[in-house]
Design a protein around this ligand. Sequence first.
Ligand SMILES: *[C@@H]1O[C@H](CO)[C@@H](O)[C@H](O)[C@H]1NC(C)=O
Ligand SMILES: *[C@@H]1O[C@H](CO)[C@@H](O)[C@H](O)[C@H]1NC(C)=O
Ligand SMILES: *[C@@H]1O[C@H](CO)[C@@H](O)[C@H](O)[C@H]1NC(C)=O
Length: 316
Amino acid sequence: MCAAVYVLSTVTGYVLTSALLLKFPTLLHRRRRVPFLSRHISHRGGAGENLENTMAAFKHAVDLGTDMLELDCHLTKDGQVVVTHDAHLERITGVSAYISDMSYAELPPYLCRLDVSFQRECVCEGGEDKRIPLLRDVFEAFPKTPINIDIKVDNDTLIKKVSELVVKYDREHLTVWGNSSNQIVQKCYKENPRIPVLFSMPRVFMLLGLFYSGLLPFVPLKEQFLEIPMPSIITNLLKDPDNMTRSRRVIVWLADTLLMRKALFNHLTARGIQVYVWVLNDEKEFKRAFDLGATGVMTDYPTKLRDFLEKIGTSK
Ligand SMILES: *[C@@H]1O[C@H](CO)[C@@H](O)[C@H](O)[C@H]1NC(C)=O
Ligand SMILES: *[C@@H]1O[C@H](CO)[C@@H](O)[C@H](O)[C@H]1NC(C)=O
Ligand SMILES: *[C@@H]1O[C@H](CO)[C@@H](O)[C@H](O)[C@H]1NC(C)=O
């Protein structure tokens, strides 16, 4: 009897403390300083409106008032940090070669038309600008715009050089970097802990484990950005969504239900950790993400997202 009372009161105490701290995390954690806040994020510069990761795309996005550019980095054979998504050039240039085997001067231009990775059967027709830019070009052109950098290869030189460029252009407070691989994120953090990092995939799983066990409110976190997909958008990407097997459907539903949690988003944002959801390309999804309390949305269609934000009247 006595033991039962003891267990019951302990469990009740834990549940109540956890719930209290989930709702009011600053009772335990100092709110992180948030150097910038992004609602509108242009994925690869807005891959649906310009050729992805080109200066033309970045300029278009910044001109229409994006809060943040999202881009990807690789290293050329001659050690230049370039902004492009794939390690292999076939999809984007039609040339069968790896970026790491070519010097910057040898890199071929982009094709005139590229598929939009996150939008089924959508092709982006490019303009004049088909050049793969240097990271330095982007930093020089947009000194005030926050940039989200995906480190696309596990290469120490790449990480070091990106950090050096970030420092040189004085934008540690305007940068977030990382990768889905935890190893890469740890290297980034070790290289320069003053540049904020995002949660790698294993750390996202850990975060969910902590959240659902009630431990999250007690645990300190080093990451300042949670960047996650909205699992339900997978039906936008498949050629034939009605053809998904039952088990796939269940997995997508489960992932969506576990990940898209308002209580989780609110807790993190109250701790000063921003939540970005990718890659959303229509209004229904924008609305869902913001209703859930996400800080920002990554989109291939910056104009569409800008119009949406203006419509709901919270655009800057
Ligand atoms: C990093 O990239 C450079 C340039 O492509 C290459 O020479 C070097 O071997 C790479 N390092 C590792 C550890 O892969
Ligand atoms: C993470 O790095 C791997 C290579 O290590 C790359 O294939 C992948 O695209 C990267 N993912 C992101 C989200 O940057
Ligand atoms: C959809 O499923 C049917 C029956 O299983 C199959 O014959 C068809 O090829 C599938 N279509 C696609 C696009 O996968």
